[in-house]
Write a protein that binds this ligand. Structure first.
Ligand code: MN
Ligand code: MN
Ligand code: MN
Length: 272
C-alpha cells in the first residue's frame, strides 16, 4: 500500500491544481491520499467530482500556536459539512487576511503602494502570504529576487514579519474532533524543539483530544523514523505518514515517496 496523508495544492501554497495532484497520485500508484491544504478545504470540493479509484480522505493542515511557537496540526477523515469545522476555517481565513492587510500597511509605510493588490496577482488561491508579497516586490523592481525581498522587508525582524493570530491548539483539535476526524501532529521534527518540549506538546495535544503523530514526514533518515516511532508508541498515539508535497522537483517532499511505517506502529488508517 502506498499512502500519502499530507500534501498541498495551489489552493494553498502548492503548485499543482487539485486535478493535477490527483493525476500525479495515480502515476505514483498511491492507494490512499489525503490532501491537506493550509487552513482550507476548497480542494476537496474540486476533487469530489473526479472519477478515480484512489481512496481520497478529507484533510486539512491547521496553523496554530503552542507556547508562542508555530505548530501545524493535520486533520484527517472529517465531515466537511460540519458547522464548527467550517466556522473554524472562516476564523483562520480571517486571521490570514488580517495579516495580509497588516503587511500591506507596513509596506505602504515604506513607500510601496498597493502591495496587497500586487501580491494577489501571484496567488491562485485565496490565501495571500509573504511569498506573494515577495514576488510582487521583485515584479516592481524593488528587489532583485525573492531572497532579497525576505532579507530586506519580509523576513524575521523586518517590517513585514507580522505574527499570525491563529486559533490555539485546543480549539483547532476541537474543530477536527467535532467533525469526526483525527488530529495529527504534523512534521514533529521540523519545529526544532528539544525532546522535553516536544513531549510537552504531545502531552497537551493528547489532553486536548489529539490522537496521532506523523512518524514519517517526507524523506527522512531511518534513525529519525525510529525515534518518532518510539515517541508515537510511548504515548500510545496512532501513526501517520505523508510527503508534505508542495511542488514537483523537491525530492525531500515527493508525492507518494513515503517510507513504510515501522511494524511497531498502529497506523492512523487502521480505523478506516
Ligand atoms: Mn506549506
Ligand atoms: Mn506544515
Ligand atoms: Mn504541509
Amino acid at each position: 500500500m502506498n499512502i500519502d496523508l499530507h500534501c498541498h495544492t495551489n489552493l494553498s501554497d502548492g503548485s499543482l491544481s487539485p486535478e493535477e495532484l490527483v493525476a500525479l497520485a495515480h502515476e505514483r500508484n498511491i492507494d490512499i491520499l489525503a490532501i491537506t491544504d493550509h487552513d482550507n478545504i476548497d480542494c476537496h470540493h474540486q476533487i469530489s467530482s473526479l472519477d478515480t479509484d484512489l481512496m481520497l480522505i478529507s484533510g486539512i493542515e491547521f496553523s496554530t500556536t503552542w507556547r508562542n511557537m508555530g505548530v501545524h496540526i493535520v486533520g484527517l477523515n472529517m465531515d466537511l459539512s460540519n458547522k464548527d469545522l467550517l466556522s473554524g476555517i472562516d476564523f483562520q481565513t480571517n486571521a490570514r487576511g488580517l495579516r495580509a492587510n497588516l503587511i500591506d500597511e507596513k509596506l505602504h509605510n515604506l513607500g510601496f503602494e498597493n502591495c496587497l493588490e500586487g501580491a494577489k496577482r501571484f496567488c491562485s488561491g485565496k490565501q495571500v502570504g509573504r511569498p506573494h508579497f515577495a514576488q510582487h516586490l521583485v515584479d516592481i523592481g524593488a528587489v532583485s529576487n525573492i531572497q532579497q525581498a525576505f532579507k530586506r522587508y519580509l523576513g524575521a525582524g523586518k517590517a513585514g514579519d507580522i505574527k499570525q493570530q491563529w486559533a490555539d491548539l485546543e480549539t483547532v483539535i476541537s474543530w477536527i474532533r467535532g467533525a469526526g476526524g483525527i488530529a495529527v501532529i504534523a512534521h514533529p521534527t521540523k519545529y526544532n524543539m528539544t525532546r522535553t518540549k516536544l513531549c510537552g506538546l504531545i502531552e497537551d495535544f493528547i489532553d486536548f483530544g489529539g490522537e496521532a503523530i506523523e512518524v514519517i514526514s517526507g524523506a527522512q533518515k531511518a534513525d529519525t523514523t525510529q525515534n518518532m516511532a518510539k515517541l508515537c508508541n510511548d504515548y500510545s498515539l496512532l501513526a501517520s505518514c505523508g510527503s508534505d508535497f508542495h511542488a514537483p522537483g523537491q525530492p525531500w517532499a515527493a508525492l507518494g515517496m513515503v517510507a513504510k511505517l515501522p511494524e511497531s506502529c498502529q497506523p492512523v488508517w487502521a480505523k478506516w
